[in-house]
Design a protein around this ligand. Structure first.
Ligand SMILES: O=C(O)c1ccccc1NCC(=O)[C@H](O)[C@H](O)COP(=O)(O)O
Length: 213
């Protein structure tokens, strides 16, 4: 079954709606320039209310170690996600599993990134844009993805309309969505979250049926 991460959750209501829709994980954006940014205290209040089996993920973009540690002091996140140029040594110092993002800029050296982050719990492939490190709603050319024998997550411009094709073509272990399940920047929409996860489950079902045929 394809796992689903909903990124950019800002309130207990959004977390509850994501969980009710069937999300496996929710992400909190600790990047002040984002319309989805939350403070450590805001995220901590949501994490306290999040059902036990939903994984909570904190996103950082070239934050300092002090900033990450201060957030972890008050917000018991399950996992960290790094969207900038962070080294493996930086990502591993917090004693939490981490997801490393590879932004698909034209010149990215994917094998080198994979080697550097060989201890990452998962690799997330996202679209690249010079003026924003993530959550852009842009897709990228999926044929650029490497074949991987380790956990990875597909992100970048996913919606209820294209996630089925992504699963059929690429069989990602997990998908990540933000803008595609919003009604306005930073506002997660319960109906869109349900539609997105329904599309994921339908694609999983088709894959299962095809494999059995
Ligand atoms: O969501 C943001 O605003 C954001 C800002 C800075 C770094 C990362 C950010 N989001 C990270 C995510 O994991 C998004 O879900 C991912 O980039 C996909 O976003 P979208 O294309 O809108 O589905």
């Amino acid at each position: 079954m394809t796992r689903v991460k909903i990124c950019g959750v800002r309130s207990a209501e959004m977390a509850e709606a994501a969980s009710a829709a069937g999300a496996d994980a929710i992400g909190f954006v600790f990047y002040a320039k984002s319309s989805r940014a939350v403070t450590a205290m805001e995220a901590a209040a949501v994490v306290r209310e999040t059902p036990a089996l939903v994984t909570t993920v904190g996103l950082f973009v070239n934050a300092t170690a002090d900033e990450v540690s201060r957030i972890l002091d008050c917000c018991p996140l399950d996992c960290l996600q790094f969207h900038g140029g962070e080294s493996a040594a930086f990502c591993q110092q917090f004693g939490r599993p981490y997801i490393k993002v590879i932004s698909m800029r034209p010149e990215v050296d994917i094998p080198a990134e994979l080697r550097e982050h060989s201890n990452a719990r998962a690799i997330l492939f996202d679209a690249w844009r010079a003026d924003a490190p993530g959550g852009t709603g842009d897709t990228f050319a999926w044929e650029r993805l490497p074949t991987l024998e380790r956990p990875w997550i597909l992100a970048g411009g996913l919606t209820a309309d294209n996630v089925g094709a992504a699963i059929a073509q690429l069989a990602p272990p997990a998908v990540d969505v933000s803008g595609g399940v919003e009604s306005a920047p930073g506002k997660k929409d319960p109906t869109r979250m349900r539609e997105f996860i329904h599309a994921v489950r339908e694609a999983d079902k088709r894959k299962h049926e095809d494999a059995a045929a």
